[in-house]
Design a binder for this molecule. Structure first.
Ligand code: SF4
Ligand code: ZN
Length: 738
């Protein structure tokens, strides 16, 4: 271990602990020990401290306790020349640094000094959950914490793009020579937010703590690790080393330390020492001392002097990040990092669909001889025949052929069109079927993006992901209003037929359900049993999707589950399902009822779209969706509840579920069904309005629509009870739920 790094890191740690103590003492004097301390919207207190020390920091007094532990971890200051053969001291200094940094950043929220403007500050639990999924399912192979700035703005943009293209999340903090990478990107007009994988945390070096408290929470949320003692802290760090493929980039030099022969500040060394505890190596474009032998990190700890154009590939190698590259012949960068990117009106060259024209997409399986692989036809005007900011109608017709292709797979592949197209930089895609909406940005247009490139993307991606069932792909793109009419009518007919076929399928129609165990990577005993009338709780996998996925990849996360002997028709319990569950939950679960949330309900992993919770005082249930951040009548927000029901355990009275399950005939049918619902957020009610109205009409209770309260009617339990009584909600006269 380099002694320079160790002594600098230890000095940095001492500075941070001192700074935190000074700030804390001042606030203690001003506000007293009981003053509240918190980051916004998290159930994890100060997450890093909670993870590592098990302390639930709620007040200044608790903060003091945590800080005391940081001080006790501080190794004595050492002279520059002292030989330190082990990482041990520097690692302790690293942990002390992280604790102090988290306190410094948390106190900013108390004094109104939290990151503002382009800086996003603390990441709340809602974002953690949606982004965590990407870490788990491989859409996001890892993250880079970038500290400092690049020599020029151009290089900053290039680095950001290189990371985005590999779908690596980019966290930015700190500065070098007074500049920061995020400011450089902002000057170049680049949008920075969670959707496009660019996250500016704050300009202070201590703001880097937000990247680590994000990872610490990932371990607690997705790894289901409950903190409390040293052993658990170690587990959380190990989880990060193994699952969260992250690394730090120390960019640029700090002139103020030049005189000491040191290229970057003590504070940065201390932060790097903290990151190494998580197994996150640090790479630099400048000549800071290296720490090459591996130990804590998978390979090297600190690698320096890397040319900027090589730094991303080096990081990928050092951190052992698996990246799948698909070469697509298009003139813009392509990768999951661009998936959530929007193209605003002012940035737009042209749009299709939305409010201005009709756009539709249809994918069909055809006999081999009817498909010419790789062919792209354009019928109608090209993008450059329309004025800037204009619109065209659009029909995207994809034909695929493959010996193993089945008609049922059409919808599965068609739904992927959204994701495939969104991943191109500068192309925005929303919706599907005949409500598609696509925008091409001016920038992408200037780089040469044209209609045929939509075809190139689809052909390349379908071949890449579905090679097991698809041999040939052909795309036709129509932008001529007249010539679009017939195919559009045909498409509508097919959409309708599909709905009839799938919508009409019941659990009784099939003898086989499908499992999904994708989420076991973070909730080890979780098993989703997906039936025709109950989709996976993340909302992403229907029975048909799982069936197709099993065909594509028989050893993948979706397996057929024979129902076997029916043990309870009402509750939805089968012998075959129980046996499967026992096996896949490693003996931790005995049985499962598909239609009850009270008795042996399905487990919840963490990525459910909604939570349904019993409200005993109403004799009914409330449903809250992930997007709703407000308070609910059960006295908890979605994120607090999610923290309690997730992790792959059965929690009677609580179930995580997909939105589409609400209007299924089998929605908690053993517990009374849809008539039990007494509350849901207005946004959710609006979103599922059509289906909900239809379902309520089916059971002969159309007026129930207005009896289901929203946050506008009640957010507390007593208010809700009053509302329900006034409206005459039927739940109160139903048999008791438990
Ligand atoms: Fe996870 Fe269930 Fe969705 Fe599969 S279906 S990804 S196990 S939540
Ligand atoms: Zn899940």
């Amino acid at each position: 271990m380099s002694r320079i790094i160790a002594s600098a890191a230890i000095r940095g740690a001492h500075k941070y602990v001192k700074e935190a103590e000074e700030k804390l003492n001042k606030l203690m004097e001003e506000k007293g020990p009981e003053e509240k301390v918190a980051f916004p919207n998290t159930a994890y207190y100060l997450p890093l401290i909670y993870a590592l020390l098990g302390i639930e920091v709620k007040t200044l007094k608790d903060t003091q306790k945590a800080l005391g532990q940081a001080r006790s971890l501080l190794p004595p200051l050492v002279a520059e020349k002292l030989w330190l053969p082990y990482l041990g001291n520097a690692l302790d200094a690293g942990i002390a640094t992280l604790i102090a940094q988290e306190i410094i950043e948390a106190l900013k929220y108390l004094t109104g000094d939290e990151p503002k403007g382009i800086w996003l500050g603390f990441t709340d639990d809602a974002i953690l959950r949606t982004q965590g999924i990407k870490l788990v399912d491989g859409r996001m192979p890892g993250f880079a914490a970038c500290l400092g700035a690049l020599p020029t703005n151009e290089e900053a943009v290039r680095l950001a793009r290189a990371l985005q293209e590999k779908s690596i999340l980019v966290f930015m903090a700190s500065s070098s020579n007074g500049r920061s990478m995020a400011e450089q990107l902002a000057e170049e007009g680049i949008e920075m937010n969670w959707d496009n994988f660019l996250v500016p945390y704050g300009k202070d070096t201590s703001a880097a703590i937000h990247a680590l408290n994000f990872s610490a929470r990932a371990a607690m949320t997705f790894g289901g690790i409950k903190p409390g003692n040293l052993e658990k802290a170690r587990e959380i760090l190990l989880y990060n080393k193994e699952r969260v493929h992250a690394f730090g980039l120390a960019l640029g030099t700090d002139p103020e330390v030049n005189g000491t022969g040191q290229l970057i500040t003590d504070e940065k060394y201390a932060t790097a020492a903290g990151a190494i505890n998580f197994g996150f190596p640090v790479l630099s474009d400048v000549g800071i001392p290296q720490i090459l032998p591996s130990g804590i990190c998978t390979y090297e700890h600190v690698v320096s002097n890397i040319p900027l154009d090589k730094i991303v590939s080096k990081a990928v190698e050092v951190r052992d990040i698996k990246i799948k590259v698909t070469e697509i012949p298009i003139p813009v960068p392509y990768g999951a990092g661009f998936e959530g990117e929007r193209v605003r009106k002012e940035q737009m060259q042209i749009e299709f669909g939305g409010k201005r024209t009709t756009a539709f997409e249809l994918l069909r399986g055809k006999p081999m001889e009817e498909v010419e692989d790789g062919k792209i036809e354009i019928i109608g005007p090209e993008v450059d025949e329309v004025e800037e900011g204009g619109a065209l109608p659009l029909g995207v017709l994809v034909k695929v052929a493959g010996r193993k292709f089945q008609e049922d797979f059409e919808t599965v592949l068609e739904r992927r069109i959204h994701e495939f197209i969104s991943c191109a930089n500068g192309i925005f895609h929303m919706g599907q079927r005949a409500i598609a909406w696509i925008r091409i940005s001016k920038e992408a247009f200037q780089k040469g993006f044209r209609l045929k490139h939509l075809g190139e993307i689809l052909i390349a991606q379908i071949h890449d992901e579905y090679s097991a069932i698809v041999d040939k792909v052909q795309v036709k793109i129509i932008t001529d209003e007249e010539k679009m009419k017939e195919p559009l009518e045909e498409a509508r007919k097919i959409y309708h037929q599909r709905d009839e076929r799938i919508g009409g399928m019941t659990d009784e129609d099939v003898d086989t359900f499908y499992s999904c165990i994708l989420c076991q990577s973070y909730a080890p005993d979780h098993v989703c049993i997906v039936t025709p009338q109950r989709l996976g709780l993340c909302g992403a996998y229907t029975w048909l999707d799982c069936k197709a996925s099993h065909q594509l990849n028989p050893r993948g996360p979706n397996e057929p589950v024979k129902k076997g002997k029916c043990l309870d028709e009402v509750k939805g319990q089968w012998e075959g399902v129980n046996d499967y569950l026992k096996l896949k939950s490693h003996g931790n679960l005995e049985r499962f009822n598909a239609y009850s949330m009270i008795e042996d309900p399905m487990t919840s992993c963490g990525c459910f779209e909604c939570i349904t919770v019993i409200l005993p005082e109403t004799n009914g249930v409330m449903i809250v969706n992930r997007e709703f951040t407000g308070m609910t009548p059960v006295g908890m927000t979605f994120s607090t509840m999610a923290g309690q029901v997730g992790g792959g355990i059965q929690t009677p009275g609580f179930i995580g579920m997909g939105k589409m399950y609400i209007t299924s005939e089998k929605f908690i049918s053993a517990d009374g069904g849809i008539k039990r619902v007494v509350w849901m957020p207005k946004g959710l009610k609006e979103e599922i309005k059509e289906k909900l109205e239809k379902r309520l009409a089916e059971i002969g209770e159309p007026e129930l629509m207005d009896k289901i309260a929203t946050e506008e009617d009640a957010t507390a339990s007593d208010e809700l009870v009053k509302f329900l009584q006034a409206k005459g909600h039927p739940a109160s006269s139903m048999p008791p739920m438990m």
